[in-house]
Write a protein that binds this ligand. Structure first.
Ligand code: BMA
Length: 335
């Protein structure tokens, strides 16, 4: 199928002034005590006792030689969410005759345990997996979806008695190209998922010409569920960006607000990106440049929202904004 390329309005691609980037990289392969080339797409949580937890995607290999050999998930702890200590061993991996790897973890604390959502590459398609753990060492797989689905994020509480997740199926047969949208499903037990509804479509996002996907577990606010998502635009004329021979996509971060009682309803969204790639680490260095991929978002006691995102599929970074400023951006209706 010929790619239906619709140029985006470049004037929209500016990071919102309410965003402050933490200047240092939060995590890179240099922080990992086992074999590592790329550390990225990290789920982040803050425990009630103030400790921060990160589960990150670790692409095994050699950064300097640009060699990749596999993927596992690493675990790190921090007292301030900025300086991290990685555990001596990876915490999770899956590989067998059918499953090639798991990646892109997001974590939610719910009902006294942690639930990790992750992507699963199998020989028969990409699936979305969910597992629970009490100790971050022993994981119980709760469900693995049919292909093609991934980018699952679990809400931090049940809504009308059901677990709720956002997800991103990949309907290549019917939508054409990469027109992938954000959906919602609910479950009584984290095992069986249904009552699925479309939440946000690519065509509702003015700076997207390709696909979108949920970013981090939503934050509950008085005005609604705050969500962030990645949004992709592609330009076939873009050349080599990073190690990859021909990486033509740009990933930016968007923000929206969902109804508290019916989170399948978008009640506000910014018609401009929240964060776009800027600076050397985000536009010149790394595996796939111009790719910001958020998997963690926290609300601090002083109403600062921290957004943990990957730059160039290579390192974890952090940017923050005041909650009120993010809510103020989410005023526009969906269309
Ligand atoms: C997506 C996934 C992510 C990755 C992103 C940007 O399709 O593969 O793991 O971070 O592309 O390269």
């Amino acid at each position: 199928m010929a790619y239906n390329f619709k140029p985006v309005d470049e004037s929209l691609f500016k990071t919102e002034p309410c965003i402050t980037r933490y200047p240092e990289t939060i995590l890179s392969y240099k922080d990992v005590p086992y074999r590592s080339a790329l550390t990225f797409n990290a789920g982040v949580l803050k425990r009630k006792n103030g400790e921060y937890i990160m589960i990150f995607r670790n692409d095994i290999g050699d950064y300097e030689k640009q060699v990749l050999e596999g993927t596992n998930l690493g675990l790190a702890f921090s007292d301030d969410g900025l300086h991290w200590k990685v555990e001596p061993e990876p915490c999770f991996a899956m590989q067998d005759d059918e499953i090639m790897r798991v990646y892109d973890p997001r974590i939610t604390e719910i009902d006294g345990e942690y639930c990790m959502c992750f992507a699963v590459d199998t020989k028969h398609g990409v699936c979305g997996g969910m597992a629970t753990t009490k100790d971050l060492k022993n994981f119980e797989i709760k469900s693995i979806s049919v292909p093609e689905n991934r980018n699952m994020v679990l809400f931090p509480e049940k809504i009308h008695g059901k677990y709720v997740r956002l997800e991103r199926p990949m309907p290549v047969y019917s939508r054409g190209g990469d027109k992938f949208d954000i959906w919602l499903s609910e479950s009584p037990d984290l095992v069986y998922w249904g009552n699925s509804k479309l939440v946000l479509a690519t065509e509702d996002v003015p700076y997207c010409n390709d696909k979108i996907g949920p970013g981090a577990p939503p934050i509950k606010t008085e005005k609604g569920w705050l969500i962030i998502f990645h949004s992709v635009d592609v330009d076939p004329s873009r050349g080599k960006n990073g190690w990859e021979k021909a990486w033509k996509k740009r990933y930016v971060i968007g923000v929206a607000l969902l109804d508290l009682h019916d989170p399948s309803k978008v009640i506000g969204m910014s018609k401009k990106p929240l964060i776009v790639p800027e600076g050397y680490l985000e536009t010149e260095e790394g595996f796939r440049t111009h790719a910001l991929f958020p998997c963690g978002m926290l609300l601090e006691d002083d109403n600062t929202v921290r957004i943990y995102y990957s730059a160039s599929d290579a390192v974890v970074r952090m940017a923050s904004a005041k909650l009120d400023d993010l809510l103020a951006l989410c005023t526009e209706p969906r269309k």
